[in-house]
Design a protein around this ligand. Structure first.
Ligand code: NAD
Length: 474
């Protein structure tokens, strides 16, 4: 380490931590990264990446089912579940090795161990080789992630058949039936996957809608598509108990004073995640937390100057890409910048068939904030590429501000919606207007043409569908 070099310690090697480490090294710091398990964290090892690998295979299965419609009749010979898992694991391994290589080439010192604060700006590391080391650093960036929430349901903790999302990605065999507690992002993605693999799925969601934080008009469409695919969705229902049997569990579901019992081979609990700081002793480091989440200011600095926290452990938007963004920003600030983290334009979404993606304000949020807006919609039945991809199921919906004509929100239910949402993110980030988006020529045939058509429809001038007559028009 050079005499004038800053020592930056990063705790946690997930998407937040490894990106922070790389950026700090690029800016000239001597960087130590402490990780207790696997580099890549939840996203690479037991989250985004393995789930998407399974979704990729599930898409093949759906294609086989649909093949007779195209005059190419395919049939499924067998599903070799252990080979499915090997493929998924090989993708994970390749990416984890990639992260290892990036850290090595940036001369980052990676320590395999668990870090705990013993006083402000000083940590003790219990290493995997049973030794320990005390490190004092100029700057520390905490990125310890999150763990699944375990709800207080009778019999859930004791059940042999209840799994969390990590367990769902590593089941020994494919279950014939599964109850999924929670109709959020994980619940829906796993429902899409396992339903395609032939497992009977029932989603039990406590609230009256699926994905309550996303646009509700699209959530309603998504619900109908899931049901059409054969997934049973019980809204406004709570699981009150889980009773283990020989071959599976009995799930007791209560709604409006009545109780139903559903038998399932497995029960997936997906009711959210919570920040993870248990091993860290943030209090000994002088770092304030609230309900387990580390408190940070707009510079992502904790209550101790020079100590930053990023990603899921901060407990705001728990997404890999917000962790990436926070990681880069915290590294810059640790190296002397004063950048403010602005999470106003964060794309969110659900992978599946079709995907659902959103950026900016939902209609519900615009109403709550009393922003005056108008809406444009374009159903995918009017889009050639979507018709080919999935029969034209889905919709694009945009929200435009009345005052400045600015794009406020873009919501897409479509094949590849997660690839398309970047257009909405750029438009909102650059404070783009409806007119500017309309004046942008979109390639044909693409599903993204539907974004432009939705904006056109907000002005009653969509080309590829009839427009609603404006009030007072003849
Ligand atoms: P979530 O917050 O998305 O959904 C949890 C759902 O469970 C909510 O709809 C909630 O109303 C419901 N719920 C809570 N308690 C319940 C109960 N007792 N009975 C029935 N329903 C109940 O959480 P998640 O799906 O577990 O995902 C966890 C985190 O991982 C989220 O922050 C999510 O953003 C992230 N994630 C993101 C992606 C992605 O970006 N595609 C994929 C997977 C996970």
């Amino acid at each position: 380490m050079g005499i004038s070099q800053k020592h930056v310690v990063v705790i946690g090697g997930g998407p937040g931590g490894y990106v922070a480490a790389l950026r700090a090294a690029q800016l000239g710091a001597h960087v130590t990264l402490v990780e207790k398990k696997h580099l890549g964290g939840t996203c690479l090892n037991v989250g985004c990446i393995p789930t998407k690998a399974l979704i990729h295979i599930a898409e093949f299965l759906n294609s086989i089912h649909e093949s007779p419609n195209f005059g190419v009749k395919l049939s499924l010979e067998e599903i070799n579940w252990s080979q499915v898992l090997s493929y998924k694991n090989s993708v994970v391994q390749t990416l984890v090795k990639g992260v290892e290589g990036l850290l090595r080439s940036n001369k980052i010192n990676v320590i395999n161990g668990t870090a705990q604060f013993i006083r402000p700006k000083t940590i003790e590391i219990q290493k995997a080789d049973n030794t320990s080391e005390v490190l004092e650093a100029d700057r520390i960036i905490v990125a310890t992630g999150s763990v699944p929430v375990i709800p207080p349901i009778d019999g859930l903790k004791e059940s042999h058949f209840v799994i969390d999302s990590t367990g769902a990605l590593n089941m020994n065999s494919l279950p014939a039936s599964m109850v999924i507690i929670g109709g959020g992002v994980i619940g829906i993605e796993m429902a899409y996957v396992l339903n395609a693999f032939g497992c009977n799925i029932t989603i039990v969601e406590a609230l009256p809608t699926l994905v309550p934080t996303m646009d509700q008009e699209l959530a309603e469409l998504l619900l109908r598509i899931l049901e059409k695919q054969g997934v049973v969705v019980m809204l406004g229902c709570k699981v009150s108990a889980i009773i283990d049997g020989e071959q599976g569990a009995k799930v007791v579901v209560s709604t409006g004073g009545t109780e139903t019992e559903i038998k399932a081979e497995k029960v997936l609990c997906a009711v959210g995640r919570r920040p993870y700081t248990e091993d860290l002793s943030p209090d000994l480091g002088g770092i304030k937390t609230e309900k387990g989440r580390i408190l940070v200011n707009e510079y992502l600095e904790t209550t101790i100057p020079g100590v930053y926290a990023i990603g899921d452990c901060v407990g705001k938007t728990m997404l890999a890409h917000t962790a990436y963004a926070m990681g880069e920003l915290a590294a810059e600030n640790a190296m002397g910048e004063h950048l403010v983290y602005n999470p106003n334009c964060v794309p969110v979404g659900i992978y599946g068939f079709p995907e659902m993606a959103s950026v900016g304000l939902t209609e519900e949020q615009a109403k709550e904030k009393k922003i005056s807006y108008h809406v444009g919609r374009f159903p995918l039945s009017g889009n050639g590429r979507a018709l080919i991809a999935n029969g034209g199921e889905g919709m694009v919906k945009v929200l435009i501000g009345d005052e400045l004509d600015e794009i406020l929100g873009v919501h897409i239910l479509a094949p590849n919606a997660m690839e398309m949402i970047g257009e909405g993110a750029v438009a909102i980030q650059m404070e783009g207007t409806a007119e500017e988006l309309i004046n942008t020529i979109h390639a044909h045939p693409t599903i993204s043409e539907a974004i432009r058509e939705a904006v056109l429809s907000s002005q009653g001038r969509a080309i590829h569908m009839p427009n609603k007559k404006k009030k007072g028009a003849g």
